[in-house]
Design a protein around this ligand. Sequence first.
Ligand code: ASP
Length: 339
Amino acid sequence: MVVSLRTMSLQDRRRFIKLGSAGIAALATGCADATTNAATEPGTVQAKGPLVLSTWKHGMAANAKAWEVLRNGGDVLDAVEQGVAVVESDLSNRSVGLGGMPDRDGHVTLDACIQDHDGRAGAVAFVQRFEHPISLARAVMERTPHVILAGAGAERWALENGFTPRDVEIPEVRAAWLEWLKKAEYKPVVNIENHDTIGMVAMDPDGRLAGSCTTSGLAFKIHGRVGDSPIIGAGLFVDGEAGAACATGVGELVIRTAGSHSVVELMRQGMDPTEACKEAVRRIIRQNKDMDGKQVGFLAIRADGAFGGWSVYDGFDFALRSTDREELVPAGHDRKWEG
Ligand code: ASP
């Protein structure tokens, strides 16, 4: 059984966090241990929509909401906004929304973006005290001439535009931060406990695409750090002519390779979505000598409805909803976690 990293046993998490010798050897030789599964084999083609994909186990609930919107004839942009909003509202989720883990100064700071079929986009970065950064992102897209608003300016704009801030105090989160403060060792390394964004890509029955991405980012990050999730082309990219892709994992690695943009451009050239995600993962592996414990995963829908996903390590699942499927799919991956 494969589950979200957050719900793994401690032993499994340790296995994931620590790269085993086989993986290191593969890294040294450049020979990835490519493993895959039937669900994400190249050629997973669906003739157009409707279709919803989202990252990790929490994507199941998000997909259910997005599907409901599509089933009721709603817009695909509403579907991807309302879908991920379900996870943003879940205060038990430690990687998305106000229930997320804080930065090193104890503040929960949120990143999100949204993009439609025609490439219109909006994003907010480094915002605090708003339950639905994805709705702020959409409002930036629809009500301003800009794409990204960040920090205090974004918060002020949100207040001025009718969004209500919310203060949330979660004892468990505060305790985790106080525990971290004892050593206050900051390592810009993702492990299991501190990542799990939700990214969603969807297609309506007419083949129109949209995507969304929202996160509290890396736990104990430097105050002010912005990840890939609000960066169009990194955490998300949608171009109705070619396809849509989103990312999860170590944001810095995704930004440096313009990951989601790469996936979409590869699909534009005709590549299968799974192969495109795999190539984006391999660009990251080629670019980074030290991939120890650094997970990255991509999901993609091509303009013809073909879809797929791929990740550096095993353990990355995506939630799939189509007319005849509602399930959690283990993505294909380059490496087995043997830590
Ligand atoms: N990509 C997110 C970030 O770097 C984290 C994650 O997906 O787990 O902020």
